[in-house]
Design a protein around this ligand. Structure first.
Ligand code: ADP
Ligand code: MG
Length: 289
């Protein structure tokens, strides 16, 4: 279908991040709805790079069922609009819904395993087929829908640059950053997909327990220092299977060289046995605002 700006009607806001806001938009002509991310066409270089990268990666990963579906981009009113499929919510919102109702709720392990499987598939596609690292893996950048699909989004700071200074402005309110990104040691300077594996581990741990495993970002230095100096966080003792513990502990190896790659993660029993678990009714139960 062909979209005309005049026919697009904004229905509601779906979310906001540091760089753009995302609205639910309906095309009056076709009756179809889309999620539209509006980004200001920044005049500064970093902003332009971000916007370009975002659209490039989205376009390159069109065929992947584990990245958010991208239909096209258009430039309008000094903004760039990215037209995407509408998902139901991000993982941070889902977590709030789950634990807001019952802070001791225990999400079944096979549900967590399947969500994690789908995230790994998205991240490994980006790496293998698009040759980029995501670099901003966190719950607000993982989208989920009532059909039980989980998709990675927000490719603004993705890239394949090997060495660069840390963009702390991208860290948000909590550090999902791997230790080697905060304090690179010799031989660990480069960025590898294993930094994304760490962020994945923190994301899954937070989703499981309902709590971020480190102190928040109010005091930035201490928060980052904890990641580097404290032992890796773990699941609460005695509550989860050995397979799940093994999965979390391997993603949160502080030494990047000991952390598994995506191919290894996909072979872990916790992930492998959850490949075809259907999470749709779980999502439907909690995805109502
Ligand atoms: P930013 O770069 O500003 O972080 P994101 O792409 O992460 O922007 O989008 C911000 C928020 O908007 C997400 O956390 C999510 O809640 C919501 N969102 C983004 N894309 C979609 C989509 N396709 N469908 C539904 N909600 C979305
Ligand atoms: Mg985001």
């Amino acid at each position: 279908i062909v979209l005309h700006a005049d026919n697009l009607q904004t229905i509601q806001n779906l979310g906001r991040g540091a760089y753009g806001h995302v609205d639910l938009v309906r095309d009056r002509q076709s009756g179809k709805s889309f999620a539209v991310k509006r980004m200001t066409l920044a005049s500064f270089e970093e902003g332009q790079r971000r916007t370009l990268m975002e659209v490039y990666v989205a376009a390159q990963s069109k065929d992947c069922p584990y990245t958010v579906n991208f239909y096209g981009a258009m430039s309008l009113e000094g903004e760039l609009w990215m037209i995407m499929e509408r998902m139901d919510m991000s993982l941070d919102k889902l977590r709030e819904n789950i634990f807001g109702a019952d802070e001791n709720y225990k999400i079944p392990e096979n549900i967590i395993g399947n969500i994690t499987y789908q995230i790994i598939k998205g991240l490994s596609y980006l790496r293998d087929e698009v040759s980029v690292l995501h670099r901003d893996v966190k719950p607000s950048n993982i989208l989920i829908n009532k059909c039980g699909r989980v998709k990675v989004c927000d490719f603004g700071i993705s890239g394949n640059i090997v060495k660069e200074s840390l963009a702390f402005s991208n860290v948000g309110s909590k550090p999902y950053l791997a230790p080697e990104k905060i304090s690179p040691r010799d031989g660990q300077v480069g960025f590898s997909s294993r930094a994304d594996v760490w962020s994945l581990g923190i994301t899954v741990l937070e989703f499981t327990t309902g709590k971020f495993p480190y102190r928040g970002w109010q005091n930035a230095f201490e928060a980052l220092n904890d990641v580097v100096t404290k032992p890796s966080p773990t699941l609460p003792a005695g509550e989860y299977s050995d397979e799940f513990n093994d999965f979390i502990n391997s993603t949160l190896k502080k030494d990047v060289n000991e952390r598994p790659r995506y191919a290894d993660l996909l072979k872990k029993p916790f992930i492998e046995k959850c490949q075809s678990v259907d999470i749709s009714s779980f999502v439907q139960e909690f995805a109502n605002e």
